[in-house]
Design a protein around this ligand. Structure first.
Ligand code: DGL
Length: 289
């Protein structure tokens, strides 16, 4: 039986088991490209039996330099595509899409929606000791002030230094995570924050955990890095448990990937990010949704 057949059987007949209501449908995850795979990787580790349908909108990336209206339009199209795959939950694995569109999206669908900003903000507030924190993200995320608002809503006394790092996403998509150029770019962006003496830095873009080594080399050991990807995956696990919609633990997970751009590029870099083979990938025309 092919992987896709296993997947279909998994979610059609076995969706609800008496006494404990399970949901064998996949989780739907999307990002502007490959960055959301950092969220998916954490989901795979934390919830090894959950199946996932992932959409990476590489054909229209980056989102971080686009207007809010454009990102909202893309977000709704991406979600409509994922809904066509019979998913049980939507994960916006992109800070930019979360920052620009979560308000519009959150009550628009019947299934739960998880975004990536709030979980990271909660962790920053918990981790900081000197109440000086840094936030880095795409221009759209930083201009929206979404992290400042979320952090200061939890603790108004925290001082926040924010910085848009537009060159980080192309570096990641190029696979330049840990070389001299990445280090120089990171140094240029992060030097002022270092001088301010922050003790916690939130990587407010799902691409950035791939630059973690480089960012950490620049900031030094004393600065705690918070990954919005890991925190978002924890939020997904909590919500799945709370709603009682776990997938049957006896079933093998199935992962399917869709992209709006080159399948080959997604596959070659994606399998490095995930550290596993990509078995099923298809290119789709997202403008149809
Ligand atoms: N991964 C996306 C985020 O978390 C941004 C990448 C982009 O600019 O498209 O913000």
């Amino acid at each position: 039986m092919s992987q896709v057949e296993t997947f279909r059987r998994g979610h059609s007949s076995e969706r609800c088991v008496p006494l404990h209501c399970m949901d064998n449908r996949p989780i739907g995850v999307f990002d502007s490209g490959l960055g959301g795979l950092t969220v998916l990787k954490e989901i795979m580790k934390l919830m090894p039996s959950e199946s996932v349908v992932y959409f990476g909108d590489s054909g229209r990336a980056p989102y971080g330099t686009k207007s809010k209206d454009t990102v909202i339009k893309y977000t709704f199209q991406n979600i409509r595509f994922l809904l066509s795959q019979d998913i049980k939950m939507i994960v916006i694995a992109c800070n930019t899409a979360s920052a620009c569109s979560y308000e519009q999206v959150k009550n628009s669908f019947e299934i739960p929606v998880v975004e990536v900003v709030q979980p990271g903000a909660v962790t920053v507030v918990r981790e900081t000791r000197n109440k000086k924190v840094g936030v880095i993200g795409t221009p759209a995320t930083i201009n929206s002030s979404v992290y400042e608002k979320a952090i200061n809503r939890l603790d108004g006394s925290i001082k926040i230094i924010s910085k848009a790092c537009p060159l980080f996403v192309p570096l990641v998509e190029e696979g330049w995570w840990d070389n001299d150029i990445a280090f120089r770019v990171a140094e240029e962006y992060l030097r002022p924050m270092k001088k301010e003496g922050i003790d916690t830095l939130v990587m407010g873009c799902t691409h950035y955990p791939l630059l973690q080594k480089t960012i950490s080399r620049v900031m030094g050991e004393g600065v705690k890095l918070v990954s919005s990807a890991l925190e978002a995956a924890r939020a997904v696990r909590n919500l799945i448990r709370e709603k009682g919609i776990e997938r049957d633990g006896k079933l093998k997970p199935v992962y399917r990937y869709y992209t709006s751009d080159s399948v080959e590029k997604f596959e070659s870099l994606g399998s490095i990010i995930l550290d596993r083979k990509i078995d099923y990938i298809e290119k789709i025309d997202i403008e149809k949704y």
